[in-house]
Ligand binder design. Sequence first.
Ligand code: CP3
Length: 348
Amino acid sequence: MNDRFLKACRRQPTDATPIWLMRQAGRYMAEYRAIRAKHSMLEVIRTPELACEITLQPIRAFALDAAILFADILPILIGMGLELDFVKGEGPQIFNPIRTPADVAALRTPAAAENVPFTLEAIRLVRRELADKMPLIGFSGAPFTLASYAIEGEGSKHHLQTKTFMASQPAAWHELMHKLSTVISDYLIAQVKAGAQAVQIFDSWAGVLAAGDYRESVLPYVHRITKEVRAEVDVPIIYFGTEMNAVLPSLAEIPIDVIGMDWRTPIDEGWAQIGERFGVQGNLDPVMLFAPWGEVQRRVDDILARVNRRPGHIFNLGHGILPGTPVDTVKRLVEYVHEKTGEKALHG
Ligand code: CP3
């Protein structure tokens, strides 16, 4: 078993720095586009064999140290009562977004086994296929990022409806966060019971909030979810967000193992702010993979020098890999991180 990733999550020394990439399966790969040409996004997510096959595509192509389950953060909203579809060229859309306290009251909180059984089955298939070669990461969206999608109905620049709802309907906001947290905790625990060996909570948009609003209206729910998961299952928990600088210190209160960081802050400075008891995942700007290899290398060198092989670093991008990313650069990146940090590099 390649256990570099799990060891790094526990801040134990490793023979080389582990690397995986957010959205490592996706449109930049021809193999992925071939499947998507024949099946819609929801079809793929709901068909365990296809989700399993896509999960394994980047594992076959690159020397990655972990697989991440292929799914999306949004489908759990369907069982709660939201009408979701992935619209070609426009991304996900919700056709009955939440706009009133009555909409929140009407939301259901189904168990994952009933809501997304296909995802739990995909996890079992992937574990069987990986045959303990490397760990599988499960994931969920965090309550704020899911709430924003549920309220806006689509991606949003200003999160105007979401922030307004939070500020003007505090009781309904808390009920919404409470319901989402119930569904998310159960979902993460079910994924681990189905075979996921670590989980990542994606709070990609929480950085749009003022620190005070984050601490008051969002953090207690992330805290609750992580505590509930911890109480049930023993796997590393990674919490990822972008533009989270202002709230990094308050994350020290919650039981997570690793913080996923975007590229805006130099990784050593972010790490110093969060504190030594956490591992850190990141943080190459995904756009830089479009630059000439020498430039990619220079930025990877900078990240690795800042970390200086301190136990607890998991190399990743600062956000998901983008469509159009050159596959050859991805391959070289993965190999280069291992080469630069491997035992040979250290002693030879
Ligand atoms: O990391 C992984 O590879 C696991 C699978 C995964 C996907 N999305 C697949 C996907 C994960 C963990 C996500 C997370 C996700 N999804 C987030 C949080 C992280 C982030 O990227 O900020 C959010 C906000 C979503 C919602 C979502 N799904 C959006 C906004 C979009 C459209 C944007 C885009 O990139 O197309 C999706 C679609 C989506 N999710 C695709 C993939 C591979 C593209 C689907 C396609 O067209 O084939």
